[in-house]
Design a protein around this ligand. Sequence first.
Ligand SMILES: *Cc1c(COP(=O)(O)O)cnc(C)c1O
Length: 415
Amino acid sequence: MTTTAANPAATPQETARSTELFQRAEARTARNYKPLPVVIEHAEGAWMTDVDGTRFLDLLAGYSALNFGHGHPGLLRVAHEQLDKLTLTSRAFVHDQFADFCAELGDLCGKELVLPMNTGAEAVETAIKVMRKWGYEVKGVAPGEAEIIVASGNFHGRTTTIVGFSDDPDARNSFGPFAPGFVMVPYGDLEAVEAAIGPNTVGVLMEPIQGEGGVVIPPDGFWKGLRELTRRENVLMAADEIQAGLGRTGKTFASDHEGVVPDLYVLGKALGAGIVPVSAVVADRDVLGVLRPGQHGSTFGGNPLACAVGLEVVRMLATGEHQARAAELGELMRERLEALVGHGVLAVRVRGLWAGVDIDPAVGTGREVCERLMARGVLAKDTHGSTIRLAPPLVISAEDLAWGLDQLAAVVRGD
Ligand SMILES: *Cc1c(COP(=O)(O)O)cnc(C)c1O
């Protein structure tokens, strides 16, 4: 793949299509996003091309949904083959892709059972329902009293229940009333979790690393300590690995960095490889077994196309190749980013091929930095005003990654 991400100064005529399509899209969509003014037409690997033929290096990878890059040949082959055969049965009938997907995803997690859904938020909702039901039926919590402990700065999705336990005013304000039964503690504070656990606590739901929060890594030992604490207190531990999991951090799961196996893995994003939405809750029989027929479901969850793609993702992860690549390229990224601290960058947090870069306000807002990156042929996304989250596809070449980081260096240094 070429490393020259040339963004030749386009003539007005050449950018006409992009501008027109961008404005038409903005005119007819709810303004719940503020996209960069670019209109992508096709992509391959880590490179996206807009409608005017300009190429951009993708340093967001669909918020980690595209861990294996755009147009991965093996994944596309599986998807095309499945499209031609069977796309939906509903769970009223079993299809031929279901057994292998559930078995191999379960094995990847070291768990007995899989409950497939579609989006991340649905998987989180599923985990909440399962933990509550376990609390009432197994732990013996009084009806309607179950509590789940969550963390400050969390991001678990956009449903009304989930935004009700967010502390981000944009995510939450004006969307109430909210479901009760959630207790928030500061992220990474084990003593606060311990103090919050009471007789009605059924579970703890947290991200091992907070992605949307800006790639926030908790103190060393927190995740392991949380595992020991929840086991001791008979409380379930649900790891929202939707963004952190499936190779991004250099291991299969971010929990692996501290040798932790949670009670429930909550997975999504890269599980569908950017082709179809695929999410799942993965746990042992003593947890997921609380659900009986009719008590939870989804029309599309576990459909043949999703299972075929998800199975290929699981098989790719089973080789460990992508995790190793994330770890290796992550070291390159760490070196480059750490060199920027004090030069337009206040702080960086890196785990695998995933980084939060806090921009010095003197340089500009996160949004302004992303706009300047775009002018240099790099697409990235700010989060929470002044942080840039970098999550390149794990298939990016070292040369392309280095080039992308050169562009960031030039922007923050004001070149
Ligand atoms: C993206 C994300 C979700 C929500 O996933 P959707 O597919 O957008 O519903 C939940 N948790 C985490 C950690 C995420 O990053």
